[in-house]
Unconditional design. Structure first.
Length: 65
């Protein structure tokens, strides 16, 4: 995925979607790539290369979500 950087991997695709919404509300382009793993759906959260640092700050400030 040229131009995108993985910022987070989650075991729950729903939580990944919630974090994507948080990023989008803060003006950060984000996508979720889902993948099946042993009876549950995991997901990776990606952001644009230039927005990685701010996305990391936003995600880890709101980690209790």
């Amino acid at each position: 995925m040229h131009g995108w950087r993985k910022v987070l991997s989650l075991a729950d695709a729903y939580k990944a979607e919630l974090k994507k919404v948080l990023l989008l509300r803060n003006g950060i382009e984000a996508i979720v790539e889902s993948k099946a793993r042993t009876n549950r759906l995991a997901a990776d959260l990606y952001v644009r290369e230039g927005q990685y640092e701010i996305a990391s700050i936003l995600l880890f400030e709101n980690e209790e979500d």
